[in-house]
Design a protein around this ligand. Structure first.
Ligand code: UDP
Length: 328
């Protein structure tokens, strides 16, 4: 049985579906604070609860034979982390501390942890690789880096085997059209553009156009959620046969797009014109984050299959068919 924490969230729900399609048994724990019950595939066992709830975890670990924990459950918004730092440290660090304690106590010693490119901070090179020095510039990135270090410390002395995936900007949706990205409020760029193009907002705000980049807007590296899920499956297989443990891998496409370029691509795809309003920079946003994801390609054979066009097409299909997300 694979325990998926945060399996009702955007990325977790895509991972759950893929795991089930490949024949794994899946148990989801999610407190539904940001996730959606309807996003969780019916074939999974679902438990509503907190990942820092030690009694619940004890019960799950006693009742089920958990082979690997996939840990997606976290607060993950850069801007919000600046205004609510303690919530981020509580949810991301303290809850994971409890999780690790109960895991080790119950001899559950394999974990895949969702980390982020926000651990790097201000990029000093064109492509960030796993050896680039971590120097997060917001509480979100710091909270993830602390957990990475906690996990590595446990690896060294408690035998906790891990793979940490540092996600760059995840986008797109499952091609079935049944699951996709739905946050409330939505803060991410691509969903916000599509929701605007569907008439849900008057304009799309662009946070800062005076960065030292090609067109003054921030550059990010976008990766299809299904490519990211594939990286999780390969990591799972590596952990199950203990062929690669104690590893950190970047998950990105080795290619950057500016905010303006993403808006233009969305306009082209939908044949609609966006109304853009330039606003102040969003605090905590690094100007440039682009991955080198060579390491996971070389070590686990991960090759991203999907283009930016595939991400935008699948996201557009999801938003057009579900303009109110899971509530319609
Ligand atoms: N962004 C923007 N307008 C929006 C949402 C995001 O200009 O409505 C910018 C944001 O400042 C950042 C980039 O788009 O430079 C990607 O932001 P997102 O929130 O999607 O992901 P993040 O990089 O923060 O994880």
């Amino acid at each position: 049985m694979i325990l998926v924490l945060g399996g009702a969230g955007y990325i977790g729900s895509h991972a759950v579906k893929e795991l089930l399609d490949r024949g794994y048994h899946v148990l989801v724990i999610d407190n539904l604070s940001t996730g959606h019950r309807h996003s969780v595939d019916m074939r999974a066992v679902f438990v509503e609860g907190n990942i820092g709830d030690c009694m619940l975890l004890e019960r799950i670990f006693t009742q089920y034979n958990i082979e690997v924990v996939m840990h997606f459950a976290a607060s993950c918004l850069v801007g919000e982390s600046i205004s609510k730092p303690l919530e981020y440290y509580e949810n991301n660090v303290i809850n994971t501390f409890h999780l690790l304690k109960v895991m080790i106590k119950n001899n559950i010693k394999k974990i895949i942890f969702s980390s982020t490119c926000a651990t790097y901070g201000l990029a000093e090179t064109e492509f960030l690789n796993e050896e680039s020095p971590p120097s997060p510039i917001n509480p979100y990135g710091r909270s993830k880096l602390i957990v990475e270090q906690m996990i590595d410390d446990c690896f060294k002395v408690c035998g906790l085997e891990y793979i940490i995936l540092r996600y760059f900007n995840v986008a797109g949706a499952d091609f079935s059209g049944r699951i996709g990205e739905h946050h409330d409020p939505e803060t991410h760029l691509i969903p916000n553009i599509f929701l605007h193009l569907l008439g849900k907002s008057k304009h799309i705000a662009v946070f800062g156009n005076d960065f030292r980049t090609v067109d003054g807007t921030c550059i990010r590296d976008y990766i299809h959620v299904l490519d990211l899920v594939e990286a999780h499956i390969l990591s799972l297989q590596a952990l199950l046969n203990s062929s690669s443990v104690g590893k950190v891998y970047n998950i990105g496409n080795n290619k950057g797009y500016s905010v303006k370029q993403i808006i233009e691509e969305c306009e082209r795809l939908t044949n609609k014109k966006a109304t853009i309003v330039y606003e102040e920079r969003r605090e905590g946003d690094p100007p440039y984050l682009v991955a080198s994801a060579k390491k996971i390609g070389e070590e686990l054979g991960w090759v991203p299959k999907y283009s930016l066009e595939d991400m935008l097409r699948s996201a557009w299909q999801w938003h057009r068919n579900n303009p109110d997300g899971y509530n319609n």
